[in-house]
Design a protein around this ligand. Structure first.
Ligand code: COA
Length: 164
């Protein structure tokens, strides 16, 4: 069974989150977590970290993760940024990425009261977000040497709306 947990960077699972990000996302652009921290100062501390965890005989194992960066206090619209979305290569295509993103959506539109979510999606992953109701909201641009598009979720999906 996969459980989605929100963790702090003091949590023992944070090291596994970092290892997964290095393996699935950062190695592709030649970065380590140290490079990421240097290029994105303060972001690790400011973001909310979500991990998908499975039980393993050796202890809990992180198989997916993503971060939610809340907007600044005075920012309008109140849009949160979703970053560092990745699933263990062996566990992709099982619905785990969907579980992580919908958990973030519930947190963002629920407890945090945000109005929108957005991300810079690698062009290869556009269809994943589109399946979850996100919309392309920019032309293609290059980030870390890879084509991306901004994608936005303007309202919670039906299952997350309070009246649903
Ligand atoms: C992209 C990624 C996060 C998706 O997570 P996942 O757990 O594999 O995806 P899910 O199984 O939850 O898929 C949910 C839906 O999206 C679809 N989907 C997932 N990845 C897709 C892709 N790359 N292209 C097209 N459709 C995709 C699935 O078929 C599924 O469709 P359904 O609604 O018909 O069931 C994961 O594959 C991954 O880590 N990829 C490598 C890193 C990456 O690209 N991260 C995103 C950076 S922006």
């Amino acid at each position: 069974m996969v459980r989605i947990r929100r963790i702090s960077i003091d949590d023992p699972l944070y090291a596994q989150e970092c290892a997964l990000r290095e393996d699935v996302l950062l190695s592709g652009v030649g970065w380590t977590m140290d490079d990421y921290r240097r290029e994105m100062p303060g972001r690790e501390e400011r973001g909310e970290h979500f991990v998908a965890v499975v039980n393993h005989p050796s202890g809990p194992r992180v198989v997916a993760c993503a971060c939610l960066i809340p907007p600044d206090e005075d920012e309008t619209p109140r849009a949160g940024k979703v970053t560092q979305v990745c699933v263990d290569r062996q566990r992709q295509g099982e619905g785990i990425g969907r579980q992580v993103i919908t958990t973030i959506e519930a947190r963002a539109f629920g407890e945090l009261g945000l109005e929108q979510l957005y991300c810079h999606a690698q062009s290869d992953a556009l269809a994943f977000y589109e399946r979850l109701g996100w919309r392309v909201t920019s032309d293609e641009f290059i980030e870390a040497g890879i084509p991306h598009r901004r994608m936005t979720l303007f309202e919670p999906t039906a299952g997350l709306r309070p009246e649903a």
